[in-house]
Design a binder for this molecule. Sequence first.
Ligand code: T3D
Length: 260
Amino acid sequence: MYETVQYDRAGAVARITLNRPNKLNALNDLMTSEAQDALQQAAQDTHVRVVVLTGAGRGFSVGQDLEQVANRPDDWSVAEHLRHGYNRWVTLMREMEKPVVTAINGVAAGAGMSIALAGDIRLASDRASFVPAFVKIGLVPDSGFTWMLPHLIGPTRAFQIMVTGDTVTAHQALEWGLIHQVIPSEQLEALVSEWAERLAHAPTRAIGLTKRAFNTTMDKTLAEMMEYEASLQEIAARTEDYREGVAAFLEKRPPVFRGK
Ligand code: T3D
């Protein structure tokens, strides 16, 4: 049981809900450690094959709880706060060898935007917006933002977003390639469940290894990547799901993947 995060598992789908709706799910230290714990729980639970991360109420998350900032001692280190907090959180999402769907139900600001964009599949309500708030309070983008943005949408728009801090609407985010889909708010729940079910029946190991390749590709050459892919394929090709995939194809029937 957590105080600021809700964790539910239904079948193969784990759902983590950031749960401080009155503060638009601003990230305090407790929420950060509880969210990390919930992500680790989902990563380790062999029943779980997909994770959905969303926010309670009208926001996804507005990033760092600025009330907490005001009460820090003078010798307090922001770098350490990021290393143990949001950097670890984002890393848990990126390195989990299961698909992570972010269901961006409302505003995502600052580190909350970084966390929303760290999902493998990013589904936004038409009421969602993205606020790169860092510059508005005199900060550098953090929690992976300066790495993610240029990779997702190219350096031109990424730089503009970072230095203006202007709000990006859900439809702009879709058009620019920040997210995968914009969904009418009343249908978000249903469509997120559809995505989750689909991913829960996918070959989980192959998807996990694909994430491993994605995480590696950005600083490698084509030759290095082809070699790396070959080593991952060596693993994927030994899974039960691969045998099932080939058998189903040859038997002209849909495959039943078990994530093994
Ligand atoms: O020092 C470090 O730790 C460095 C780490 C940095 C990482 C970061 O995430 S930096 C970015 C921090 N976030 C922000 O700067 C966003 C601040 N919030 C806003 O600009 C606006 O709230 C939004 C544009 C996101 C949404 O506006 P709106 O009009 O929809 O909502 P609101 O009325 O501003 O907010 C609703 C409530 O949430 C309100 O509380 P109240 O008055 O009803 O009691 C507001 O104060 C609270 N709230 C919103 N954002 C935060 C927050 N409380 C604490 N921290 C927040 N970030």
